[in-house]
Design a protein. Structure first.
Length: 425
């Protein structure tokens, strides 16, 4: 792994040499060759297929526009339209249809079907090794599957072919995953410098905010979130980020209002879980029941239908419902997805069921890439404390040092655990 990581690190260091003279050009932003995701671009693509209904390329461009709009608006309904468009493109051109293959890979990533995305990315890059989109698909799929050397290689190849926003943002995520926060910030700044549309500017700013927040720099995080919202008021991740900084600055009522506004429109498990735990921590336990009920409903749907497991949904199950269900869901996810995100959640679920020796194995797997995550370090410290290991106090202190506001529920618990630790002094 080390040799592959160094390549991207060297690239990140080299970004500084480009200065600001380079030409301007969620997953991460789409590639320059793809339409940006604005409503106008989707409308243009729809007009094109109406004018040329037997044009496979026009249908692929519509699919790409629908995927990109789903990313920027977080409206999953767009993905159904994208799937229809790609199927139509394949029907018209069953072979050598690079745009439909690569676009279908983007769609699979958006649906969290990372194994399918990896396979489609491989097909795309084999078909056209010098085109960038397939490597973007691979970078996203590999990093979520936990194949970190392959993710680094794909991100590097993407940067080699297209040193613009889409490549820099993926390199940034790879660097962050490997604990290279400063280098990730450099890559994100280069992504910001090359962003051509407001949605991409907002994405880069809110990711810079996330890096600052995860490092405990509340003021810098808030600045980046404000800039993201100035560029794109509909950036929900920036709104949630701003709510987190409001909590850290003691503006609880404003934070609760911010979470409510987003959770009502975009009920992602991460948003609902953070909102519910903030409500509980601030004495609004009855109000939190609505969010917890929504999460319980999502777990029921997941268990009935199968599909990818969102680690935040599993963390809800571990902390607020039945941890044994979380373990079962995450074991299934781990069988095909060795991401540090899944390792951390599985370790925590095992801890919550009292299986701390096994939990520690996964907690240590979550630390394998060096990601500076306060939540990961806290989880490991809590497991170590349950096992009576001497490292527990150091890890609990480290979690609070990385970001003392990392969780409305768990940051106070980390403090209380430290108070009970005989080695906390």
């Amino acid at each position: 792994m080390g040799g592959a990581v160094v390549v991207v690190l060297a690239c990140a260091a080299g970004l500084l040499a480009f200065g600001r003279t380079a030409p301007a050009h969620r997953g991460a932003p789409g590639l320059d060759a793809s339409p940006p995701g604005a409503v106008g671009q989707v409308d243009t693509a729809r007009a094109a297929v109406r004018a040329r209904p037997k044009d496979a390329a026009a249908w692929s461009q519509l699919g790409l526009a629908e995927v990109e709009q789903a990313r920027t608006t977080m409206d999953g309904r767009q993905l159904t339209g994208a799937a229809t468009a790609f199927r139509r493109s394949f029907a018209l051109r069953p072979k050598e249809n690079y745009d439909a293959v690569a676009g279908s890979g983007m769609l699979a990533n958006a649906r969290h079907d990372f194994g399918a995305a990896r396979d489609l990315g491989r097909r795309a890059t084999a078909m056209a090794p010098d085109r960038a989109t397939g490597y973007a698909v691979l970078a996203d799929a590999y990093i979520q599957l936990g194949d970190y050397p392959a993710a680094t290689d794909a991100a590097q190849r993407l940067l080699d072919l297209a040193p613009a926003t889409a490549g820099y943002t993926r390199a940034a995520y790879d660097l962050e995953t490997h604990g290279r926060t400063a280098d990730a910030a450099i890559a994100l700044q280069r992504a910001l410098d090359t962003a051509a549309i407001p949605a991409d500017t907002a994405f880069c700013e809110h990711r810079l905010g996330d890096l600052a927040w995860d490092s405990g720099d509340v003021a810098a995080a808030n600045t980046h979130y404000r800039r993201a919202l100035a560029a794109s008021p509909g950036d929900y991740y920036a709104r949630i980020g701003q709510a987190r900084t409001d909590v850290a600055r003691g503006r609880t009522a404003r934070a609760l209002a911010g979470y409510a506004a987003v959770a009502d429109r975009v009920p992602l498990p991460q948003f609902l879980l953070e909102y519910a735990e903030l409500q509980q921590a601030t004495g609004h336990r009855q109000d939190a029941e609505a969010q917890l009920a929504a999460l319980a409903g999502e777990v029921r749907l997941l268990r009935a239908s199968g599909g990818p497991v969102d680690p935040y949904l599993a963390l809800y199950q571990a902390d607020h419902a039945d941890p044994a269900v979380a373990v079962a869901l995450l074991r299934g996810e781990w069988s095909h997805r060795h991401s540090v995100l899944v390792a951390d959640a599985l370790g925590w679920a095992l801890h919550r069921t009292g299986r701390d020796a096994e939990a520690l194995v996964y907690a240590r797997r979550a630390a394998a890439t060096g990601w500076h995550s306060a939540l990961f370090v806290y989880h490991r410290g809590a497991v170590e404390a349950a096992l009576g290991l001497p490292r527990a106090a150091a890890d609990l202190r480290a979690a609070l040092r990385i970001n003392p506001h990392f969780s409305a529920l768990h940051a106070p618990l980390a403090v209380r655990l430290l108070e009970r630790e005989p080695r906390a002094s």
